[in-house]
Design a protein around this ligand. Structure first.
Ligand code: HEC
Ligand code: HEC
Length: 351
């Protein structure tokens, strides 16, 4: 009995020892598994792709969120006046086909399209888009000294940028253009000028822009499309441009927005050469200002500007025609340096 007891005690200890061993082994296994799992989780193969994806989506979201976007064109179909909006979009994109020198509706403009300057039918971020038009017009403008409707502003571009004759406000074409422009900006709250709208402001450089330096930029980066003589290149149909003119008889006139250096430089910096966007630019600021000076020192149609800027103090710093309310020369108002002019305006009225 005693020996049996002894035996059974020994057995008992042995069982406990085995149990402990098994538990230890199991514990070790679990620990090993956990360690393996951690190693596995932190292995570059497994953990990096999701992390990368997350950062990538985030940056893209930030970029897209930071500029206002036009509604999706497919959504035009849902509008009550869809047909007129669509016609307006056509007129913006193919202005010459409808209203150019050989236009099928009227012949009242120079052969350029609104879209040549208002990219992607006026929807591209910083491509001189129409996102702030519906939200900010009618508005007072110093150039005319009056409160301008969208119709009036459209005709400004027809008469200046397209060097043409104004459209009748009641014409189907004007109604369509305005309907489309309103649709582009329909999601922007009244009074807002959203980020990404119009032309992106380019910082002034601290010297005058230099036409001769700009000529070199033009030869290297613009001439291949806009041509040596600046007259652009017509499409095969001879009715519209593949590459629009930058100067000469068929270009915008001296009353146009692009004739001001800041408008030209800002447009070109963030949109040219073709393919450039505000996120991926090619020209330095100096190159943009210099090429603007070169192009805007070439010949182009004139415009009677005697009725513009009824209050001369309202002229922008880069308005290239006097008289001025300050003592800077016409030459400095055309080519800069502009910062000095801007600073002089900020000073409180002299004693
Ligand atoms: C040669 C270039 C050019 C062409 C072509 C052109 N525009 Fe413009 N347009 C401009 C510039 C430059 C501005 C002023 C942008 C600024 O001041 O920031 C402007 C401004 C406008 C504005 C006011 C935008 C705002 O936010 O205040 C409207 C509306 C407009 N254009 C409509 C048209 C229409 C419609 C056409 C065609 C019939 C047209 N433009 C053709 C260059 C052009
Ligand atoms: C690869 C061809 C190409 C090159 C290079 C190019 N552009 Fe353009 N440019 C275009 C096209 C195409 C348009 C019209 C865009 C549209 O209708 O969508 C345009 C439009 C313009 C416009 C507005 C319309 C006008 O004719 O007034 C200006 C200003 C302009 N380009 C300036 C420049 C300058 C300055 C350079 C050189 C820094 C340049 N471009 C280089 C193709 C080009």
């Amino acid at each position: 009995m005693a020996s049996f007891k002894h035996n059974s005690e020994e057995n008992y200890i042995e069982i406990i020892q085995r149990l402990v061993k098994t538990v230890v082994v199991l514990l070790l296994l679990v620990v090993a598994l956990i360690i393996l799992d951690i190693i596995d989780l932190s292995s570059p193969k497994k953990i990096k792709p999701p992390a990368k994806e997350i950062t990538e989506t985030k940056t893209e979201e930030i970029k897209i969120d930071s500029v206002a976007m036009a509604p999706d064109t497919l959504a035009i179909a849902k509008e009550a006046n869809a047909d007129i909006i669509k016609y307006g979009r056509q007129l913006i994109a193919n202005t010459s086909y409808y209203l150019g020198p050989k236009g099928i509706v009227k012949q009242l403009s120079n052969g350029m399209n609104c879209q040549n300057c208002h990219l992607d039918a006026g929807t591209r971020p910083y491509g001189n888009n129409y996102l702030a038009v519906a939200s900010t017009y009618p508005k007072f403008r110093e150039r005319s000294g009056s409160i301008e409707s969208i119709h009036k502003r459209v005709n400004d571009c027809v008469e200046r940028s397209l060097n043409g004759a104004a459209l009748d406000t009641n014409s189907k074409e004007m109604q369509a253009i305005v309907a489309y422009i309103k649709w582009v900006g329909k999601e922007i709250p009244k009074g807002n000028k959203p980020k990404g709208s119009g032309i992106k402001e380019l910082a002034f450089i601290d010297r005058a822009a230099h036409p001769e330096k700009g000529k070199i930029v033009y030869s290297l980066k613009c001439k291949s499309c806009h041509m040596e003589s600046g007259e652009g290149k017509l499409n095969g149909d001879g009715k519209s441009y593949q590459y629009p003119p930058l100067w000469g008889k068929h270009s915008y006139n001296t009353g146009a927005g692009l004739y001001r250096l800041s408008r030209f430089a800002g447009y070109v910096k963030y949109n040219m050469p073709q393919g450039v966007t505000y996120i991926n630019t090619q020209l330095t600021d100096e190159e943009a200002w210099d090429v603007a000076a070169f192009v805007n020192s070439q010949s182009r149609p004139g415009k009677d500007l005697s009725k513009d800027w009824p209050k001369i103090a309202g002229k922008p710093v880069d308005h290239p025609f006097g008289p001025y309310a300050d003592n800077f020369t016409e030459n400095q108002h055309k080519y800069g340096p502009f910062q000095a002019i801007a600073d002089a305006r900020k000073k409180p009225d002299k004693k």
